[in-house]
Every structure is written in structure tokens, then in C-alpha cells.
Design a binder for this molecule. Structure first.
Ligand code: HEC
Length: 146
């Protein structure tokens, strides 16, 4: 009597495990189907949607005073960093050495912006914007913008 009960219990447990595994697998497959890898943003979308508004904030930074104003500049630099990561691969010219060079120059410029914000250094911020952040835009466009 006892033996039979135990066996039934084991079978039930096994059945439950199998059902759970199947559900998990199907669920995962469904999820994978419903959430395909998002369509890649185009270079133009990244330029217009992220780079342009963010660099407008950085280049337009003037007489920063409140913590929030400085933070907005830091957030803009972070946006440039994020856009740069997206530009680094998956686009027509991403694998070209020059593309990588200009993109990396833009990324180090954004890092330098973060440093200037950390130091609350307005002169440095303005110098970084003009001398480091702007040139890679020009160079990359000259070579790759049709
Ligand atoms: C690594 C290369 C690269 C860098 C760096 C780069 N761009 Fe671009 N940008 C492009 C390319 C390529 C296009 C053309 C995209 C297209 O028309 O499909 C473009 C186009 C643009 C456009 C026009 C978008 C449109 O709708 O035609 C703007 C505005 C722009 N970039 C701003 C900037 C600014 C500002 C910077 C610097 C902070 C910058 N870009 C840095 C590659 C770059």
C-alpha cells in the first residue's frame, strides 16, 4: 500500500517536472518569437534622434549654475556615448578603420565632457566641445556622408 502511494507520488512529481519544462520551453520560444531582435536604428536616426539633441545641449551649455543644469550636460554626454556604441557596429561603414577612429574620437570627447562636468570646469567644457567633440563630426561626414 505504502509502496504504491510512493510510486504514484514519484510519477506525479516527474510529470509535474516534465510539464514545467515543456511550459518553460514553449514560453521561452513564444517570447523569442514575440520579441525579435529590435530593428537596428539607422545612422540618420541616431544622428537626428540622439547625437544632434545631445550635442546641442553640450554646445549650448552656457553659464551653468544649478546641479540640474550640470547634470543635463552629463546626461547629454552619456547619450553621445550610447549612440557611439550603436554606431560602432552593424552599419554600412562600421567596419572601416576611419569610421572607428572618428567614432572613438567622439566617444573620448564625450568622456572628456563628463570629466569637465565632474570638475565643474566651464572653460574646459567649452574647450572640449570645440576642440574634441566637433572635429570628429566633420571628419566622419566628409568621408562617409553622401
Ligand atoms: C562615425 C561617423 C560619424 C560621426 C562621428 C558623426 N556622424 Fe553624423 N552622420 C554620419 C553619417 C554617415 C551621416 C549620413 C546618414 C545618412 O544620411 O544616412 C550623418 C548624418 C548626420 C546628420 C544629418 C542627418 C540626416 O537626416 O541626414 C546630422 C545632423 C549629424 N550627422 C550630426 C552629427 C554630429 C553633430 C556629430 C558629432 C557630434 C556627428 N554627426 C558625428 C556619420 C557620423
Amino acid at each position: 500500500m505504502m509502496k504504491v502511494q510512493l510510486r504514484t507520488l514519484h510519477k506525479r512529481r516527474l510529470a509535474a517536472t516534465v510539464i514545467f519544462a515543456v511550459c518553460a520551453l514553449t514560453g521561452w520560444q513564444l517570447l523569442a518569437q514575440e520579441n525579435p531582435v529590435a530593428e537596428r536604428l539607422s545612422v540618420a536616426e541616431l544622428m537626428n534622434g540622439l547625437i544632434t539633441p545631445a550635442t546641442n545641449t553640450i554646445w549650448g551649455a552656457y553659464q551653468l549654475q544649478s546641479e540640474a543644469e550640470w547634470q543635463a550636460v552629463a546626461n547629454a554626454a552619456i547619450t553621445v556615448l550610447a549612440a557611439g556604441e550603436l554606431l560602432a557596429q552593424g552599419h554600412a561603414d562600421s567596419k572601416r578603420a576611419d569610421w572607428q577612429t572618428y567614432n572613438n574620437q567622439m566617444l573620448s570627447a564625450a568622456r572628456a565632457v563628463l570629466q569637465a562636468v565632474a570638475d565643474k570646469d566651464k572653460e574646459q567644457l567649452s574647450a572640449v566641445g570645440n576642440d574634441l567633440l566637433y572635429p570628429p563630426c566633420e571628419s566622419c561626414h566628409q568621408q562617409f556622408q553622401n
